[in-house]
Design a protein around this ligand. Structure first.
Ligand code: NAD
Length: 484
């Protein structure tokens, strides 16, 4: 078989030890790959490169399209960019697949029947990293969700479920509050779910969904989530299955894939032959499926299950009375290698035959853009005059209106404070002031908005930003004020 080139980073902290162990196990099971080693992480950061990535990395990953990455240390202090986020976003690795499965009774868990896969959107949401301090008191972070981004991840979750013979896909959002952003994700989920009638689907609001997942994870199968919820809940899912040290992750896109452990570089455990290589090894197993060597993936996964079942445990999962032998990283790898060809007898063996595993990424469907109409503008002000009395702000700012546009509402942190606010409401120095056409439902031109902004400025108000208010095919593309 021709060898598949892969890009490998040995990482920082425990990285080199667990990467060496994982590669040794995969090779012992017959993996056919050619390793291109690249430098990313702490050493590169500390050499003065704030991206933490040696430029040669990009040549390698564009050639191999497969990146096997040990955990990296992001140095403390500002200015260092996260390599994970840069790699995922640059290569558009939009699907983050994180399987979690309990290994009861061999690894401690309150959830003996947990077998759940988290599919986390990897590029959007609050991870756009667009943040601003706009006033003395108020900071903002933009949450961006796109239709193609939501479609791609939701479709990926259903494709994953189908390829792996899973029965149900669940989505978690907070669309009772974020009706437009999380609302889009939920809507796309409902649309795409219809194309997969063979797979059950359900949606939970993320708070109660997360509580249910932590309480009875066995009731979930595949869970698809926007980025931030997915980040948080995939760690929860891994930890309640036994340990974050036991979970691997695949980051899949059309232009490449990255495989890793979900844990970090555990610097305190480095260079002591202590770390558990299982998370990275499970990432490596997904990589073998992805590069078309599922038989290697199956052999290694079953040998690993057998090792755990035989009670050969690293310190993090070792438990008196259950574990048989406490071993280091190297010895754990030796034990897995010695069991290649064996299957577990109590834990369920895995099978990667028949295309199961890691589906390829696909693009979102082409669509006709909606018809957009501009109905007004939200002008955001930094304002602290007049003891911050919203009624006085309303009175003064109304004068910036004319016979084309008028002030209709002011909110503070989203709550309506004018007209007719409540006297108890605490107001910051950050005000959202909504101007709409004087004709009910009428359109407003870009020029009319620019003229309005000039008049607001002429009335001595400080504008910190504006957001135009559109409808799309007649549907409002903006939320109402709370209490409006
Ligand atoms: P961590 O995951 O490195 O460690 C958390 C705890 O889990 C520690 O007690 C550690 O000893 C234990 N642990 C983690 N992996 C283990 C393993 N394989 N075997 C045994 N025990 C293990 O998280 P942290 O301490 O918050 O972060 C340390 C560094 O890792 C930071 O620089 C952080 O930025 C980085 N980090 C990197 C990644 C990544 O590269 N994907 C992810 C998370 C954190």
């Amino acid at each position: 078989m021709a060898k598949t080139p892969i890009t490998v980073a040995y990482g920082d902290g425990i990285g080199p030890e667990i990467m060496t162990a994982s590669l040794r196990i995969l090779e012992a099971a017959g993996a056919e790959f050619d390793i291109e080693e690249v430098q990313v992480g702490e050493k590169v950061y500390l050499s003065g490169n704030t991206s933490g990535i040696d430029p040669k990395f990009w040549d390698s990953i564009r050639r191999t399209k497969v990146f096997f990455k040990a955990p990296l240390t992001t140095p403390q202090g500002g200015g260092f960019k996260s390599i994970n986020v840069t790699t995922r976003k640059t290569l558009s690795l939009y699907a983050n697949v994180r399987p979690t499965r309990s290994l009861h009774p061999f690894v401690d868990t309150k959830h003996p029947n947990q077998d759940l896969v988290i599919i986390r959107e990897n590029e959007e949401d609050l991870y756009a990293g667009i943040e601003h301090r706009q006033t003395d008191e108020v900071y903002q972070c933009l949450k961006l969700l796109s239709r193609p981004g939501s479609e791609r991840i939701v479709r990926y979750a259903f494709e994953y479920a189908r390829a792996n013979k899973r029965k149900k896909v669940t989505a978690f959002t907070k669309d009772n509050i974020m009706k437009l952003t999380d609302g889009l994700f939920h809507k796309v989920f409902d649309e795409i779910a219809k194309e997969y009638p063979d797979i059950e689907n359900e949606h939970w609001i993320v708070d109660i969904g997360a509580a249910k997942m932590a309480d009875t994870p066995e009731n979930f199968d595949v869970i698809v989530l926007p980025n931030l919820y997915g980040d948080v809940l995939s760690d929860v899912a891994a930890q309640i299955a036994g340990s974050v040290g036991l979970a691997g992750s695949a980051n899949i896109g059309e232009h490449g894939a990255m495989f890793e452990a979900i844990h970090g570089s555990a610097p305190r455990r480095a260079n002591q032959n202590l770390a558990n290589p299982s998370g990275l090894l499970l990432g490596g197993i997904m990589m073998m499926v992805h590069i078309g060597q599922p038989e290697v993936a199956e052999k290694v996964h079953n040998a690993w299950l057998k090792t755990v079942e035989d009670g050969i445990h690293t310190y993090d999962i070792f438990r008196e009375g259950v574990s048989k032998e406490k071993v280091g990283t190297k010895e754990f790898a030796d034990a897995v290698i010695a069991r290649i060809g064996q299957k577990p007898s109590q834990l369920e063996p895995v099978s990667y035959a028949g295309g199961a595993g890691i589906p390829k990424a696909s693009d979102a469907a082409a669509r006709t853009p909606a018809k957009k109409a501009r109905l007004g503008v939200d002008v955001f002000l930094d304002w602290t005059d007049d003891d911050r009395d919203p009624n006085l702000l309303g009175e003064k700012l109304s004068k910036a209106g004319n016979d084309e546009v008028k002030l209709t509402m002011i909110t503070n942190r989203g709550l309506k404070v004018w007209p007719k606010g409540a006297p108890e409401t605490f107001c910051t120095d950050h005000w959202r002031c909504r101007f709409m056409s004087t004709t009910e439902g009428g359109e407003v031109s870009q020029q009319q908005i620019l003229d309005l902004m000039q008049r607001v400025h002429d009335h001595s108000f400080e504008i910190i930003k504006s957001e135009q208010l559109y409808t799309f095919d007649g549907e409002p593309g903006f939320s109402l004020g709370q209490g409006q």
